[in-house]
Design a protein around this ligand. Structure first.
Ligand code: GLC
Ligand code: CA
Length: 541
């Protein structure tokens, strides 16, 4: 049954640029990951999802790949990568790589060849349209600014790019391109990689002439072909990034027959704290009732028929404790633990993003845009300026949501640069590293780190957490998130006070008689019917 190991596992995401620098250049590297395998084993995670370490001009921090089969020198060498795979294995940790297959860097050999002429064998690896300058084929806009069409005068053609101009889209309708990608994936499998995260995979079947960017008509055919030729055939774990997923499509993606992927990241809950008619920069408070409905829907609709991934954070999202918890000194730890309890009691594979296990926070409100580096953030700044927003309002939005919040150096200790580098870090360290850091938490039984460690172990020891049926409790309650998981022999009850006020509950009606308290983010229970600010409890019967 080992082929479904990921159903009982927790996966840890590493953003290599800010994890640990070992040579003083201010950029995290692969030897830095190897240096912390003991820490990760202590936390209890089963696999690392490694954000891209391939050769890249770093326009989008590695999500613009110029060589899929080599490691960027800023991160180390192929030899370091082989060493990471081997050393991780000794720590019982598998390595999952990030596959960016919708586009490459414009500096990739394929694209450089494609630019040489319409007859070049690589030309058709990308998406081109004939035209005249100034009249792009349509008005679709790219995620990081401008039209999706970039004019190339030498060819009299436009190429398509859904992200930056330096990320030309690959043409998945070309079987040769698909085969080249599969060969590359198999090359990594042969090196010992045990799974893949598939970047914006719902985009690969695009049909630009019909203005279809996601969920193209051939999408699932392509994914099935890829799976059968690569990770599916090898029985490895795979997780797709699919911002467009609904429970209906997720049942296809995560079909238990293994024909597509193991699971997908869906983002319905992640998009709830924004104006439904606006963008992610149009902030609104999280509507708790709707949030509960969405989580309930995903838990119940995939149960027994598909598989969820569970996450709060990743390298594109702000820190959860600042977002839906409370990052004040008083409530930071307790609210971080509450959010962890809420998520880790659910069905699916939990993902922990580096630093989440320490309760790392967002970057404090900056005084100028210079605090940020991310290509998406810079684009948003220009767009919001053009909308007439004040500098203050723009910075407030960016502070709440921008991707750089997740990309500050990992806070290892209270020494210079939080122990991340002996040089100057490429992104500044958040000043609160003096109190929030790994060194102070690993041996502290009450720390956020120790709490995550307990949750990770509980999943391994408690079958009902792995596949019990989900039932929302108190669905109409506007402050409490409570649910129950049941299988033939166990009942798990999770009760979370989502906010900073005290709340009375009727514990007897929520918690089955004979249950015992498995875990709580407060030391002693004062009164079963009283929930203190952000109090979370997990009971098992
Ligand atoms: C995904 C990645 C993101 C990247 C984008 C383009 O959303 O997570 O970081 O910018 O794809 O590759
Ligand atoms: Ca380095």
């Amino acid at each position: 049954m080992d082929n479904k190991w990921w159903k009982k596992s927790v996966i840890y995401q590493i953003y290599p640029k800010t994890f640990q620098d070992t040579n003083g250049d201010g950029i995290g590297d692969i030897p830095g990951i190897i240096a912390h395998l003991d820490y990760l084993e202590e936390l209890g995670i089963d696999a690392i999802w490694l954000s891209p370490v391939y050769c890249s001009p770093q326009e989008d921090n590695g999500y613009d790949i110029s060589d899929y089969q080599d490691i960027d020198p800023i991160f180390g060498s192929l030899n370091d990568m082989d060493r990471l795979i081997a050393e991780a294995k000794k720590h019982h940790i598998r390595i999952i790589m990030d596959l960016v297959l919708n586009h490459t860097s414009d500096e990739h050999f394929w694209f450089q060849e494609a630019l040489k002429g319409k007859d070049n064998p690589y030309h058709d690896y990308y998406v081109w349209r004939d035209g005249v300058e100034g009249c792009p084929p349509n008005d679709l806009t790219a995620s990081f600014g401008g039209s999706i069409w970039q004019w190339v005068p030498e060819l009299g053609q436009y190429y398509m790019h859904q992200f930056s101009t330096k990320q030309p889209d690959l043409n998945w309708s070309n079987p040769k391109l698909r085969q080249a990608l599969y060969d590359m994936i198999n090359w990594w499998i042969d090196r010992g990689i045990e799974g893949f995260r598939l970047d914006v995979i719902d985009h690969v079947g695009k049909v630009p002439d019909e203005k279809i960017m996601v969920n193209g008509p051939k999408l699932h055919d392509y994914i099935r072909e890829m799976s059968a030729s690569t990770f599916g055939k090898a029985g490895l774990v795979s997780v797709g990034e699919t911002w467009s997923a609904t429970p209906e499509t997720a049942l296809l993606y995560s079909n238990p027959d293994g024909s597509e992927m193991s699971m997908v990241f869906q983002f319905e809950h992640i998009c709830l704290d924004q104006d439904p008619d606006g963008t992610k920069w149009d902030l609104r408070p999280l509507p708790l009732l709707q949030f509960k409905e969405v989580m309930n829907k995903w838990q119940t609709e995939l149960h027994g028929k598909g598989w969820n991934s569970l996450f709060w954070d990743n390298h594109d999202l702000p820190r959860i404790v600042s977002r839906w918890g409370n990052d004040s000194e008083e409530y930071r730890e307790v609210s971080a633990k509450m959010l962890a309890t809420l998520l880790h009691g659910m069905e699916g594979t939990p993902y922990v993003y580096q630093g989440e296990e320490l309760g790392m926070t967002n970057i404090p409100l900056p005084s100028s845009i210079d605090a940020y580096k991310d290509v998406e953030t810079m684009h948003a700044y220009r767009v919001l300026k053009a909308r007439g927003w004040s500098e203050e309002k723009i910075l407030q939005s960016l502070c709440a949501k921008c991707r750089d919040n997740a990309r500050t150096p990992m806070q290892w200790n209270d020494g210079p640069q939080a122990g991340f580098t002996t040089g100057t870090p490429w992104m500044p360290v958040i000043p609160n590293y003096t109190t929030i850091n790994a060194a102070s938490q690993v041996h502290d039984e009450d720390s956020v780190f120790s709490y995550y460690k307990k949750l990770i172990h509980l999943r391994k020891e408690t079958p009902v957490i792995v596949d019990g049926a989900f039932e929302m409790l108190l669905p109409e309650d506007e402050e409490i998130f409570a649910y129950r998981r049941t299988d033939d022999s166990q009942t798990l009850t999770v009760i979370c006070n989502f906010y900073g006020n005290e709340r009375r509950i009727d514990a007897d009606s929520l918690v089955p008689k004979g249950s015992r308290l498995l875990l709580s983010n407060y030391k002693d229970m004062e009164e079963a019917d009283l929930l203190r600010p952000y109090e979370a409890r997990m009971y098992l019967k």
